[in-house]
Design a protein around this ligand. Structure first.
Ligand code: ZN
Length: 247
């Protein structure tokens, strides 16, 4: 099976549209969406509608922003900027799109034998996976060998091959990773709508589960257009500024 793996679009339609256009001609059997469709950005309806139209098959899990926007979580652990954006998004989404966001399932979600997706950690959907310690805890408690996760907005790979634990950010224009049949992996495709690794380009992955090959990609998009939508919506200006630098 070939999977298109998308995460953390954060209502950035200008970035998401470029990624969808780039991947249209690459055949894939299913799209995996790792949460945070909305929050921060100025185009939540366009992004939710595009996810709903993704085909031929789509697996999604909810993110922490999706939960606050949908009223599942009250956002008490959000900073003021994130909370303001979430509240604006709740008011802006059409009833149908808001219902879709509210009904996104909680991760982890099994996709095929030996493979799962989640937003934060497979042990807890809201937990950030940054370090080798975080990864080790997951490898020792969660037995699915290939897990795709989001939430940190940093494209990266955590692997356990034999007894060797490795953590590596994925830097540069893109690349290919071959997964060992016996290895264990936590893979983060990075964020489409708000990258945080000081590279403003949108980030995503494609995984061929039969050949066990992951490809990751970075694509430039019209950042100025996304910034304009944020400013015109009256959202905090810092949300527009950070897109230019990828923080
Ligand atoms: Zn996010």
């Amino acid at each position: 099976m070939r999977y298109l793996i998308l995460s953390d679009m954060h209502a950035n339609w200008d970035a998401f549209e470029v990624v969808l256009r780039r991947t249209r001609r690459k055949r894939f059997d299913a799209a995996l969406v790792l949460g945070d469709l909305v929050g921060y950005g100025g185009a939540p309806n366009q992004v939710v509608e595009a996810v709903r139209r993704l085909g031929p098959k789509v697996y999604t899990v909810r993110g922490n922003h999706d939960k606050v926007v949908a009223g599942i979580d009250n956002g008490s652990n959000f900073n003021q900027t994130a909370l303001t954006a979430a509240q604006w998004t709740t008011g802006r989404l059409t009833p149908k799109n808001l219902r879709y966001v509210r009904e996104l399932p909680r991760g982890p979600l099994g996709v095929e034998e030996g493979m799962a997706i989640c937003h934060g950690s497979p042990l807890d959907e809201d937990t950030y996976v940054f370090s080798d310690v975080d990864a080790y805890e997951i490898f020792s408690q969660f037995t699915v060998p290939v897990v795709f996760f989001g939430h940190t907005h940093i494209p990266s790979i955590f692997s356990l091959e034999g007894r060797r634990l490795r953590v590596a950010p994925l830097k540069g224009d893109g690349g290919t990773i071959h997964l060992h049949p016996e290895g264990r992996y936590l893979l983060n495709p990075g964020s489409i709508g708000q990258p945080r690794d000081r590279d403003p380009r949108a980030s995503y992955m494609i995984y061929d589960s039969r050949r066990r090959v992951v490809r990751w990609y970075r694509v430039p998009y019209p950042v100025g257009e996304a910034q304009k939508k944020i400013r015109e919506a009256g959202l905090p200006g810092s949300l527009a500024d950070r897109l230019a630098v990828g923080t």
